[in-house]
Write a protein that binds this ligand. Structure first.
Ligand code: PLP
Length: 389
């Protein structure tokens, strides 16, 4: 007789335990931790305008989305949000999805067809990876952010693809805090006749001098990117995902993106908060200014620790709000995370494979606009305390 489901699962969980790879849920608010694992980079989840917009929408429309957008779920509020996203991203049109994960999976499945080839960065976010799995196109991966390798892959495909060649990448990589050389990527796409799908989940609201719409704006290449994807769930402090591009793209996704068609509309309270978030990002640059000041201060402190050989890791060169502290083995990072939590009240999750490659387990520090100097100092003290024990 085969093993029971229960014992099979327990055995598999025990294996995860022995490799320090088992994930557990712990309530963040069980104690007053200082959170350095949040993607609420601008602190907008606590902004009074977002909260108020949500409350008013609940009063007016109730709590749920009621049905799929194509059935009776679309309200004027949804259309207003899509038009706000399109102006934010400076595109013809936009479509909102219930989450960023859903947006990526559905857009790749709907767009990348049988005769197409997807060239995907090896470290793309799991939602892009899953979308590639679901798409009928062939996926070929290239080394992380390596434009020479991408070019070699494109060259090898020259004249061999009857459909579309897609380059699919995050703009800012969430586990390393580095970003792709977008002007070079756009140059390659142009030279080899490929289209770009760009995930700006961690860059939206933060980069871009005029609209803060992401790294495509920062590098001045937005008009060369066919599909710009983003989330409301990180810098914009709320929830949900979107795809921005041409009207034809949006019409196609409305007809073919299964994660858009076969799911209930985003609740009005979330739509209203998202609209308010776009407006706040436009009119209140002080949040990102505070963020970049915090990032500069912390990196400077970490560099001092490094120069004094108090910490054994490199401070990343990229100017981003994500600072990985790579320790290598799972056990080490679990121990460090526990130490910082218990002794210093710092919440810094242990990031382990399969989220990051084997042997690169890390603490991922994400700096936010609403971290105080005292909280940043507590992090510096915690890290030097851990590394000097
Ligand atoms: C690069 C990237 N894309 C997409 C997502 C999914 O977004 P969401 O959390 O809105 O589902 C995430 C984060 O979770 C992400 O890091």
């Amino acid at each position: 007789m085969g093993q029971s489901l229960e014992s099979r699962l327990l055995q598999a969980l025990a294996t995860l335990e022995t490799t320090h790879a088992r994930r557990m849920l712990r309530a963040f608010d069980e104690k007053p931790f200082i959170n350095f694992s949040s993607n609420d980079y601008l602190g907008l989840s606590q902004h009074p305008k977002l909260k108020q917009a949500s409350i008013e929408a609940i009063d007016q429309f109730g709590t749920g989305g009621q049905s799929s957008r194509l059935v009776s779920g679309t309200k004027k509020l949804h259309l207003a949000l899509e038009s706000a996203v399109a102006s934010y991203k400076n595109t013809e049109s936009a479509l909102v999805f219930s989450s960023g994960y859903q947006a990526n999976v559905s857009l790749l499945q709907a767009l990348c067809q049988k005769d197409d080839v997807i060239l995907a960065d090896k470290w793309n976010h799991a939602s892009l990876v899953d979308g590639c799995r679901l798409a009928e196109a062939t996926t070929i991966r290239y080394r992380h952010a390596d434009m020479n390798h991408l070019e070699a892959r494109l060259k090898a495909l020259d004249g061999k693809v009857s459909g579309t060649k897609w380059i699919v990448t995050d703009s800012l990589f969430s586990m390393d805090g580095d970003w792709v050389d977008l002007p070079a990527l756009v140059g390659l796409a142009h030279r080899y006749g490929a289209e770009i799908i760009l995930d700006e989940a961690h860059a939206s609201g933060l980069f871009g001098a005029e609209r803060a719409s992401g790294l495509a704006e920062h590098f001045g290449v937005s008009q060369h990117i066919a599909v710009q994807m983003g989330t409301f769930s990180k810098g914009l402090g709320s929830f949900g995902g979107y795809v921005a591009g041409s009207q034809a793209l949006v019409d196609w996704l409305t007809n073919k993106a299964r994660g858009f068609i076969y799911t209930t509309a985003m609740p009005p309270s979330v739509v209203a908060a998202n609209l308010a978030a776009i407006e706040v990002v436009r009119s209140e640059p002080n949040h990102r200014e505070a963020l970049w000041q915090n990032v500069a201060w912390l990196k400077n402190q970490l560099q001092t620790l490094l120069d004094g050989r108090l910490v054994p890791y490199l401070v990343p060169k990229s100017e981003s709000q994500i600072i990985p502290i790579t320790l290598g083995e799972n056990a080490l990072v679990v121990e460090a995370s526990g130490f910082l939590m218990e002794r210093f009240g710092l919440w810094l999750s242990a990031i382990r494979p399969p989220t990051v490659p084997v042997g690169t387990a890390r603490l991922r520090v994400s700096v936010c606009a609403n971290h105080t100097k005292a909280e940043l100092q507590q992090l510096v003290d915690g890290l030097s305390g851990y590394f000097s024990q």
